[in-house]
Design a protein around this ligand. Sequence first.
Ligand SMILES: *Cc1c(COP(=O)(O)O)cnc(C)c1O
Length: 455
Amino acid sequence: MERSMWFLDQKDMPTQWYNIQADLPEPLPPVLHPATGKPVTSQDLAPLFPMELIKQEVSTERWIDIPQEVQDVYRTWRPTVLYRARRLEKALDTPAKIFYKYEGTSQAGSHKPNTAVAQAYYNKKEGIKRITTETGAGQWGSALAMGCAFFGIECKVYMVRVSYDQKPYRRILMETWGAKCVPSPSPDTKVGRDMLAKWPDCPGSLGLAISEAVEDAVNRDDTHYSLGSVLNHVLLHQTIIGEETRKQMEMADAYPDIIVGCIGGGSNFAGQFLPWIRDKISGKKKDLRIICVEPESCPTVTKGLYAYDYGDVAGFTPLLKMYTLGHNFIPPPIHAGGLRYHGMAPIICHLHRLGFVEAQAVHQTAIFDAGIMFARTEGIISGPEPCHDLKVAIDEALKCKESGEAKTILIAHSGHGHFDLAAYDAYLSGKLVDLAYPEEEVRKAMVELPKVATE
Ligand SMILES: *Cc1c(COP(=O)(O)O)cnc(C)c1O
């Protein structure tokens, strides 16, 4: 029998997250306070996050127990399936074995509930009544809205204005799960009001929406803030993906030579590759290749500067050492909304600096070529974000065809594209264009990096 799917029984779902900080060859650079430039303390972060998440942010324990209540919610959609893309392999006529772990079967359609549910749980346990957040195209806002619904917490989402106007469906998802969603900039915060006074038609950006959500949270005792990517605890929660995959690859009697995934803030891909990279760090699988894929028009790792920068426009967030295009950078409006952030997870940047992961930037027409091929062979209509992985996976499989090597390629597939059909429509009608790397915009944004960046 040609097996194409590997299911993990619910009783075999991993019950611990994997913390890479236990195995890093060098520790991460400290997170700095935005006002003092000194390393942040737990107390500095307490107005924003529950103490359990602050502890996870700096923990060096290798395994962290997933609370029973979180496991119970995970089991409403997990474990997710590992697939072998046999029909894609045939179409490419490649000797490569292509596997993909698919996160599109969560209720929200992506990997994001893996952390949304955990964050809602820890906030609930600390007595928090309300959570604020930002969202771009709405994937994160809708995942958090669902997480909050499960734990009885109010949720307020600041949604980037252009997306709010152009993409109503995810707003409707958020409202259906009970969240309040407003376009950002909004009149509800000082940052929002200041921006609207200067620029009434401001289309908004993720960095600005973060400033609004943070301002809202610090001004109310019953409210915390939640971030859907970038931070160490978010990547930690996503490692459930890779830990499941390790068990499933073993069932398939396979081990990856190449792991490929898209990076916006880095959470879905890190969730897949961190559980494998420990074999590369320890020397058990030295030649494992880990390829991070990003859009050519928002090339944070391939063209950004490794420096301390803010996570938001107003400079409210702590300073993170990361590759950045500048916190004021507003990327071109590509269809992969989830990959339009100026910064990147410090863990991924650090591993890139140490030479453990590589990065590639690709254009949007090429990723849709790959997405269409995947849809017509495997059937799944992928989000524009995971189409980035598909493009690079197909390139690698075609290299195998030339060399005759039967490499094993593992794709970290982050979600479906059922709410991104307008992008497929643009592609199919020949209206999709490649947007170049906005060099001038990045140069301007880099001038405004915080002072500590030059030290
Ligand atoms: C948000 C999102 C991404 C990008 O965010 P990461 O933190 O880099 O994972 C990728 N794919 C999908 C489907 C998303 O919703």
